[in-house]
Design a protein around this ligand. Sequence first.
Ligand code: URA
Length: 237
Amino acid sequence: MKLVKLIANLGYGSRKDVAAMFREGLVTDAAGEVLYADDKVPFDTIRIDGEPLDPPAGMALMLHKPVGYTCSTKDPGRVIYELLPPRFRLRSPLLSSVGRLDRDTSGLLLMTDDGTLLHRIVSPKAKLAKVYEATLAHDLRGDEGEVFASGTLMLESETTPLAPAQLHVADPRHAALTLTEGRYHQVRRMFAAVGNHVDTLHRSRIGGLELGDLPAGQWRLLDDADLQRLFGATQST
Ligand code: URA
């Protein structure tokens, strides 16, 4: 791919803007030598204003989504892209979230511009376990674990029962629920189906990948080891 297109696709500006950056000598190699639009150089040697380029297409990241942000590019309220460098919103291919978390749910959100990777993660066949930690408005009554694990729970307006899910109760108002599917507002609707209400919801793990101590609102790129962890453990622990 031509350098102008490659850099424009990373969100640095239109092709016209990037061509102007070349003319102004802002695009250099690692030694500071000015590059020209027709040059052919390895990606990681390119600098703009002395700074290395953002990651190339095929990037994946984890974001600690705070409560109050929507997984959308456009929304009247706050959107997850505000938590990333502004250029990331302008990339082509688009950097999108892997599935969604509700505005009022916090925790581990994956984002990628790699359609194959995205499909691998969300594919029902992958059955990646997702762990949600819920704070409940009412004490658990005791039979919820059995109901959720039954594989027969039917949510309102659905036509197929939910796959078995595992509930780990920490105390009567706190529990972790492990799901292998992702239906609309699933956790909240599951607790509503057993007469409860979710006050707070936080996703802490997808597959074998943990959010860890990444602070709310922060993100980091995923490396190969993260992706191995993601797909390495598909079952709940
Ligand atoms: N289940 C929900 O109810 N909300 C989420 O954001 C994710 C799973």
